[in-house]
Design a protein around this ligand. Structure first.
Ligand code: SF4
Length: 224
């Protein structure tokens, strides 16, 4: 696909050098690491963040723990195990599970795994509260099955309940696009994702990208 872009709008997905990863080549002219971004002196940001993450704040602990999990277990642990390893390294003892109703069986297995590994949990399903979609102005024809009670997903309530229970780390299990956004917005605890919902690909959204030049050609078709 041919895209015309002016140099000012070039960003990391236009790069094929990735010198930020290894510093073994030269940075491209438009590099976000070396030029100011939207008038912001990026060198100052780099220094400030680096200094901040050398400290003892929660963000610094999280930054180091996630890098340790990445580096020590690269290609060795499943994401389920990585989450447990990460939780242990940040001192999280009580895990919140924010699950989709459609993935409740998977959430139950995850809960059993947490228990087996010595962690406690509290879980909330997306339909908690049982508020009909019509009550927030969703049209009947926009329901999956119009005509009956169809509970809306309630990610704000999911987050609040986990907040009331003072979970240390919340894990998303298959929340819908947008519902996950609200959950993350309202969660007091840090959030990570175990399952990213994609109903067509068995919850493997990358599959659509891998096949964007074949089965999912429609993804690259330009808008009229
Ligand atoms: S930060 Fe610079 S080197 Fe790294 S991907 Fe972006 S443009 Fe390329």
């Amino acid at each position: 696909m041919v895209r015309e872009k002016n140099v000012e709008s070039l960003s990391c997905t236009d790069c094929s050098i990735y010198n930020c990863r290894t510093r073994s080549k030269a940075f491209p002219g438009f590099c976000l690491t070396t030029k100011d971004n939207e008038g912001h002196p990026i060198a100052e940001d780099i220094e400030e963040i680096k200094n901040y993450l050398q400290g003892d704040e929660e963000d610094a602990i999280v930054a180091r723990a996630s890098a340790q999990v990445e580096g020590l277990f690269y290609g060795k642990l499943t994401r389920v195990e990585e989450i447990i390893e990460f939780a242990n390294r940040i001192g999280a003892k009580k895990i919140g599970i924010a699950t989709c109703a459609g993935l409740i069986e998977e959430a139950k297995i995850f809960a059993d795994i947490l228990t087996a590994k010595g962690l406690t949990y509290y879980s909330v399903i997306c339909k908690v509260g049982s508020v009909d979609k019509a009550e927030i102005g969703i049209l009947e024809e926009h329901k999956i099955k119009p005509g009956g009670h169809e509970a809306m997903c309630n990610p704000i309530l999911q987050a609040r309940i986990l907040n009331y229970h003072k979970t240390d780390l919340n894990v998303v299990v298959g929340l819908c696009v947008g519902h996950d956004s609200l959950f993350i917005k309202y969660s007091d605890a840090l959030v990570t994702t175990l399952i990213t919902k994609d109903r067509l690909t068995g919850h493997n959204p990358a599959a659509a990208l891998y096949t964007a030049h074949s089965y999912y050609k429609r993804l690259l078709q330009t808008k009229e």
